[in-house]
Design a protein around this ligand. Structure first.
Ligand code: NI
Length: 296
């Protein structure tokens, strides 16, 4: 009699244990689902299914970069981000019959950046921010929000320097200054560099150590100084594959976002970060090379 009781008891313990394990597993799943990211162990299967080499998820960051210089890949409706020896994944079905663009905001962060980030979040739009280190130091919270909502963090030098007037050491310092400020906020470096004024020479190309991202549509927002005028200009000239240049340090540029994003969405435009746009168009981003747009 006593033995039977013991066996039954053990059986119950195992059931309880199984239920608790299942509950914990469910909690973990919900956590990762909510972050729209999946744990690396799950990715292994998916990455293998897409015939991506094993080294990309077990290797060092250098090994990953060797396979994926752009740090981002688009495979069958998923973006794979390779950073710090880890892979992150985001589901994003892109309609290849409709146009894609990358919005970029320079010279910030500034006092209007938080408002801009709220708008981007509301519209479900990811953008790329090319930041100056001096501002990045002052607006650390904004940089954290950028990362949270999937925006890309770009480097626009520490002091908005004209890099072609600097020597190698000074160029390195300008880029490292901004990286340091971004690291302080989110623990990672920028993924891209945009040289101020679009000024580049051979020394800049050699020393930058990053893909150099320029633009194909300059809104000249700083000259128009009017949200409607900026929005109208974008609506008139934006086309598939464009990298659109704006500045988040101006209120009229941030206001313009509420005008042109809904209009562009209506026309079928899809918004990606610069690295996502490059990945989507199968462009391998390489350090020291210039990129203006990623058309079909
Ligand atoms: Ni600038």
């Amino acid at each position: 009699m006593k033995n039977i009781f013991h066996k039954r008891h053990r059986y119950r313990v195992w059931i309880c244990f199984a239920i608790i394990t299942l509950l914990l597993a469910a909690l973990v799943c919900v956590f990762f689902y909510r972050k729209n990211m999946e744990p690396v162990s799950n990715l292994k299967k998916q990455v293998l299914a897409h015939k991506v080499e094993a080294m990309v998820y077990t290797g060092t960051e250098n090994a990953i970069r060797k396979c994926y210089p752009s740090g981002c890949r688009y495979i069958d409706g998923y973006f794979y981000y390779f950073m710090n020896g880890k892979i992150q994944i985001r589901k994003h079905k892109i309609n290849d019959k409709k146009p894609v663009v990358a919005l970029t905001f320079d010279d910030g962060p500034g006092k209007y950046t938080k408002t801009l980030l709220n708008k981007l979040k509301k519209y479900g739009v990811r953008a790329t921010f090319f930041m100056n280190g001096t501002n990045a130091l002052k607006y650390q919270k904004e940089i954290q929000i950028m990362q949270e909502i999937g925006c890309e963090l770009g480097n626009h030098t520490q002091t908005h320097a004209n890099l072609i007037k600097l020597d190698e050491e000074q160029i390195r310092e300008e880029i490292e200054g901004t990286n340091q400020a971004i690291r302080q906020a989110v623990g990672t470096n920028a993924t891209l560099v945009r040289p101020p004024y679009g000024n580049v020479n051979d020394t800049v190309k050699e020393v930058a150590g990053y893909p150099l991202i320029l633009w194909s549509l300059d809104t000249t927002d700083w000259k128009r100084r009017d949200a409607k005028a900026i929005s109208d200009y974008i609506m008139k000239y934006a086309k598939d594959g464009d990298i659109i240049l704006l500045h988040d340090i101006h209120k009229f540029s941030v206001d313009a976002v509420s005008e042109f994003i809904p209009k562009m969405k209506k026309k079928g435009y899809q918004f990606l970060t610069v690295s996502e746009l490059a990945a989507y168009r199968n462009a391998q981003l390489e350090a020291g090379k210039l990129y203006f747009q990623f058309a079909k």
